[in-house]
Ligand binder design. Structure first.
Ligand code: ADP
Ligand code: MG
Length: 271
């Protein structure tokens, strides 16, 4: 586990959806925390210029801090930028606003779609630290940052908000996954789709959930993340909700999601 140099490769999950505000960052933070809580060694790579995963994990930005941006442009290795969070076994490669310029800067780089892939391989090769899971928090677009994340990932985990246009955006995302699989990363699979911000008092939530399950079948996790005010309060304290209020329904849902993700990983490995 931590500092284990057995060489087992981490499972790399891209938390992606080109829509903003669907729960990507919340899922990266809290799934990461729940995985760490059951003994997994987890690295959250923040690839969103907003840096919400970093701040939500209580990582405060310092001037001149090296970040995922420096990793992508080759000015730092991943292990140079990784910071420990307050949660045991959970580390973060933070994002800074510099990432906004990365897309343009990377345009002329070699292997511009595989910068993160190469950085993670180098991290593994250095054998200093072993992570069992790397979760990549993607920005809300299908830009080069997201492509880097899908090129590096073993699987994509898609948070889907239970609202009217949910399925429409999803088909666009699935096309991108298909394209990445046929060109950049043949091993990319869909780990699963998690329904987020489910509101049981809203019949639309229910209808959307049913529709999504009809279209995607068992790609959709059984676990549904409810809309829960504790979940939205936690980031302002720089804490995952699981630390902020372990008992609340949001925390309990993310803990269940983690065991589902682990189960699926086991099945994928066995297959
Ligand atoms: P994204 O990363 O996809 O843009 P976020 O994870 O930042 O989405 O979530 C968007 C907003 O919704 C944030 O303010 C977050 O705190 C809130 N939020 C996310 N999940 C929940 C939830 N289950 N219940 C209540 N609020 C939530
Ligand atoms: Mg986000």
């Amino acid at each position: 586990m931590a500092n284990d140099i057995s060489g087992a490769k981490p499972r790399i999950l891209a938390v992606a959806n080109q829509k903003g505000g669907v729960g990507k960052t919340t899922t990266a933070i809290n799934l990461g925390t729940a995985l760490a809580a059951v003994g997994e060694d987890v690295l959250v790579v923040d690839l969103d210029p907003q840096g919400n995963a970093s701040t939500g994990l209580g990582i405060t930005r310092r001037p001149h801090q090296k970040s995922s941006y420096h990793v992508l442009i080759g000015e730092a290795d991943l292990d140079d930028v990784i910071i420990e969070s307050a949660i045991p076994r959970l580390h973060c490669a933070p994002a800074t606003i510099d990432l906004l310029g990365a897309e343009l800067e990377l345009a002329d780089f070699e292997r511009k779609t595989h910068r993160l892939y190469d950085a993670i391989n180098l991290l593994n090769a250095k054998n200093k630290r072993h992570y069992s899971y790397i979760l990549i928090d993607c920005p809300p677009s299908l830009n080069l940052l997201t492509i880097n994340s899908l090129s590096a990932a073993d699987a994509i985990l898609v948070p889907l908000q239970c609202e009217f246009f949910a399925l429409e955006g999803l088909s666009q995302l699935l096309k991108t996954v298909e394209r990445v699989r046929s060109t950049l990363n043949p091993k990319l699979v869909i780990q699963g789709v998690v329904l987020t911000m489910f509101d049981k008092r809203n019949s639309l939530s229910d209808q959307v959930a049913q529709d999504v399950r009809e279209v995607l079948g068992d790609k959709v996790y059984d676990t549904v993340i409810p809309r829960n005010v504790r979940v939205s309060e936690a980031p302002s304290y720089g804490k995952p909700v699981i630390l902020y209020d372990h008992q609340c329904v949001g925390s309990q849902a993310y803990i269940r999601l983690a065991s589902e993700v682990i189960r699926r990983e086991r099945d994928l490995k066995a297959a």
